[in-house]
Each structure stands twice: as C-alpha cells, then as structure tokens.
Ligand binder design. Structure first.
Ligand code: G
Ligand code: G
Ligand code: MN
Ligand code: NA
Length: 262
C-alpha cells in the first residue's frame, strides 16, 4: 500500500482528474469562475481527495509534473466551456503548492501551458495559501511577480487560518483574498489560540473593508447557509463559493452553471 510510490504510474495512466466548484458574484448571481480541485480515481474505482495525495506529491516532488498536468487540464476544460472570448468574465482557479514555484523554470512552464491551451493569462487565477506566501522569500516571490506581469491573477487561499496578516499583502502581487470558512460563520466563535471568544462578525466586516481598500477582490469560501450568504452580501463581499451555491462538480456539469443565475 505504497500510495506515494503508485502516484507516478497513476499520473501516466491519467488517473488524476479535476472537480470544479463554481464561484458566484454576490452582486448579480453570475458564475464568475470555478476552482479546480484535484481527485485521484484509482484503477479499482476508488476516488481519493487532495488532502490524501497532495501532501505526498509535495514530499516526493511529483507535485511539479502533476501540477502542470492539472493546470493544463483546467485550462483546456475552461477553454472548451467559454471559448476564447476575451470579454467574458470567467476565470479558472488552480491551487498551487509553494514547491511548484521554487523551480527556476516554473513561470516558463505555466506560460507554455497558456500558449498551448489558448487560455488567456488574465482568466487564470492561481491560489496559494497564506503560509506558502509568507514563506516565499527569493525565488517564489520573483515567480509571483513574473506571473503577475503576465496578467495571471494571484489569490491568497484559506485566509484566516494562518497569521492573517493583511499588512504584508500590499508588498505582494495579490489580487484576490479567499476568506476561510472559519470567518464566514456569522456567529461569534472561540479562537483557540487566543483562548477567548473573538467577535467574528466584526472581524469579518473589517477584513472585507481592509481588503477592498487594498484593492483586493474578496471571495468567501465554504458558504453553506442562506443566512451566511445574505450576511456576506450585506458586508460587500464580492464572490461566494460553497455548498449553498454548488459542491465541486464533474466537468460535464459546469456548462449549465455558466448560464444560470443563482
Ligand atoms: O477538494 P478539497 O476540498 O478536499 O480540497 C482540499 C484542499 O486540497 C484544497 O484546499 C486545496 O488547497 C488542495 N488542493 C486541491 N486541489 C489541488 C491541486 O490541484 N493542487 C494543489 N497544490 N492543491 C490542491
Ligand atoms: O483550496 P481549498 O482548501 O480552499 O479548497 C476548498 C475546500 O473546501 C475543498 O476541500 C472543498 O471540497 C471544500 N468545500 C467546498 N465548499 C464547502 C462548504 O460549503 N463547506 C465546507 N465545509 N467545505 C467546503
Ligand atoms: Mn483553494
Ligand atoms: Na481554500
């Protein structure tokens, strides 16, 4: 049961695929993008989630070819859904591990995928976690700057689960802030580190305003209830993602979402 050892063969056999979760504008209910989420459909029909295999791929280095494979899949699918209309507001978001950007040829490889698939750079959004961004000294930061110059949008993922330091963001080429589910609940929750209750609605509101004043688009993740959606909308949050809107979907279920207004 050597999961890591089975991964290179699985990549060659095309066992890694993507599910796509819609991102919807709070202003008009339109689907403005999808987040690509990796899945591993093993030969015996089992489907493994990224929490299981992405950490292994990061350890072994397979994340580099796997990440490029998934990026190409996502751009190809997106292109097949919306064509190459440059005016269409639709982006595909792809998660990217810090390790992928540490390669000296990382940006060149990503640019090649965009060329090959015909997917416009401005319609690609790369999601990095706060910790990967914080740890990014030297090469990864340079890579981010280069990607940003190409027009690729950078999103900071799971914001609120790490240091949540908005102050350093203005020094990085970040375009989008994705608020972690823990911020999205409209009730006061206990912050274990602080050992006391934090007033999460007040923090949420301040966070959205600060992000906007830094010129960032704000996406709320894990929106599960109608109340959460209404609350986020009232606070001026731009975009929502979560089970309330749609779960991660197989590729063939995405096109109907593009014409739908929720
Ligand atoms: O689909 P799920 O909700 O289980 O995703 C869990 C986490 O796995 C996501 O938050 C995301 O950060 C990570 N993940 C999903 N797909 C990819 C991928 O293609 N590449 C990388 N690096 N991480 C991914
Ligand atoms: O990249 P990231 O880790 O943020 O990926 C999003 C994760 O959140 C995926 O694992 C996805 O399956 C999960 N997810 C998506 N919608 C919801 C939701 O409404 N509630 C919760 N709890 N998780 C969600
Ligand atoms: Mn993500
Ligand atoms: Na996230």
């Amino acid at each position: 049961f050597d999961l890591a050892g089975r991964m290179p063969g699985a990549l060659d056999r095309g066992e890694f695929e993507l599910a796509y979760q819609p991102l919807v504008s709070f202003a008009d209910g339109r689907t403005v993008g999808v987040e690509a989420l990796a899945r591993w459909r093993t030969a015996d029909g089992e489907v493994l989630g990224p929490d299981v295999f992405i950490p292994l791929a990061e350890q072994t280095g397979l994340i580099v070819p796997l990440g490029l494979h998934l990026l190409e899949r996502a751009c190809t699918d997106a292109r097949s859904w919306v064509g190459a209309d440059p005016d269409r507001e639709f982006s595909v978001s792809v998660n990217i591990a810090g390790r992928q950007l540490r390669r000296p040829d990382a940006v060149e490889r990503i640019a090649e995928v965009l060329d090959r698939t015909g997917w416009p750079a401005h319609a690609l959004q790369l999601e990095l976690t706060e910790s990967d961004l914080m740890a990014a000294g030297g090469r990864p930061t340079e890579a981010l700057e280069e990607l940003s110059r190409l027009g690729v949008r950078i999103a900071i993922d799971d914001f609120g689960t790490g240091y949540s330091n908005l102050a350093y963001l203005h020094r990085l080429p970040v375009d989008v802030l994705k608020l972690a589910g823990s911020f999205v609940s409209p009730v006061a929750t206990t912050c274990p580190e602080a050992g006391r209750d934090i007033d999460s609605p007040v923090i949420l509101s301040a966070m959205i305003d600060l992000a906007h004043s830094l010129g960032l688009q704000v996406v709320a993740e894990s929106v599960e209830t109608v109340e959460q959606g209404a609350h986020l909308r009232s606070l001026g949050c731009d975009v929502g993602q979560g089970w309330l809107i749609a779960p991660p979907l197989p590729p063939e279920e995405v096109p109907p979402m593009l014409d739908r207004k929720t």
